[in-house]
Design a protein around this ligand. Sequence first.
Ligand SMILES: Nc1ncnc2c1ncn2[C@@H]1O[C@H](COP(=O)(O)OP(=O)(O)OP(=O)(O)O)[C@@H](O)[C@H]1O
Length: 437
Amino acid sequence: MTQDQISRKTNFYGRANSFSDNECSGITYCTDLEKSILTNNFEKRGWKQVTSEEYWNFYWACVQSCRNIFSVDSGYRMNDNQMINHFPNHYELSRKDLLVKNIKRYRKDLERDGNSLAEKAELNWSSTASTRYLHLDFVPVTFVLPADYNMFVEEYRKNPQSTWIMKPCGKSQGAGIFLINNLSKLKRWSREAKNAFHTPVGKESYVISRYIDNPLLIGGKKFDLRLYVLVTSFRPLKAYLFKQGFCRFCTVKYDTSVTELDNMYVHLTNVSVQKHGTEYNSLHGGKWSLQNLALYLEGTHGKEVTDRLFGSISWLIVHSLKAVAPVMANDRHCFECYGYDIIIDNNLKPWLVEVNASPSLTSTTVTDRILKYKLIDNILSVVLPPDGIPDVRWNKIPSEDALGNFELLLDEELAAQEENQNVAHIRISKSSTNRWK
Ligand SMILES: Nc1ncnc2c1ncn2[C@@H]1O[C@H](COP(=O)(O)OP(=O)(O)OP(=O)(O)O)[C@@H](O)[C@H]1O
């Protein structure tokens, strides 16, 4: 939806402030993404498709349309019966550089307040000692380039043997990513890709992160987790975890030798990369369900260790959300389903690699299609009031049934109520031991 379309639409609908009887009989939806996984779900509910220029109750928008709607210039005002699937500044969580910036700020704030979560420990890394956060160390050490180049070099020199991964901040699906294992390679790249940091539309920034070079391998292959997290409010924080995430495997065995450094089939788990490889299997799409992973880990490491790992993953997600909550525009018309990418290392420590605001709804296998259809169905039943009519005045407390495959990660409002009754502090889902199964 363009700014112009929004302005024209506002003139007409700006007056609408409540859901009239007439409108109640027909909920309208609009989508920028013509995916049957979405449209089948909307139509199952008897909703009628309209264009973005008509009156919609529910908009599954691309991030750009959402930003246009919320831009000051659009003058668009949503009424109480309109909902949209992004928060206006979702990029605070989903842009690689901003995510890291927010997490760094969150840690500093907790440290300043003397919070024990920000406890640090000495880490002896080769000959140099450095300190790291004991609990809040869940994103790989990351710098934004070119801005933080000097800080990166300082860190690099502490451990020149380590490998780093360069990722353009504004791209996805593995585009523009490469690994480096020495500073001269970075310098060469910067020289050769003349204007490496400059594009026709301005500066392109990159993040450079410590490469997790000891991933947990299954069948000798690297994998990451794709988990779905639904946020219905940032202040108070209300977040849900979809129990049916999956693992995405590389098609080629993991190999840290220098000759394989540029082989993306070894190092990048993105399906968009792997599907071009000769070893790609379109039947299973290189995916494993989380249930299979849990069974595998219970078999190889035991149940307690497995439960602890999944508990740490939930913990990591909650704290990444808390890190951005203060800066998020908490508009009550918005909800968002984030795709979390997590790598587990061979010490069974989870690392947050990235958060996507528009996780792919493309299905590569039949199982994938069923899972994503269910995901959308469950999102709708969590974000909509029990009568199924979008209404932002609703208290956003879904019933147990409405959760489907989602489980509560955190509801600060509920937690505060419980605290008032001296029941509990911040509550991370009680069902944590049964999680994902
Ligand atoms: N620090 C890291 N250590 C090890 N592997 C990493 C690291 N960062 C990224 N990767 C690998 O590279 C892949 C791509 O990284 P990332 O998801 O950040 O980029 P992207 O191109 O934005 O992908 P997406 O399509 O998911 O948005 C990850 O799925 C993971 O396999």
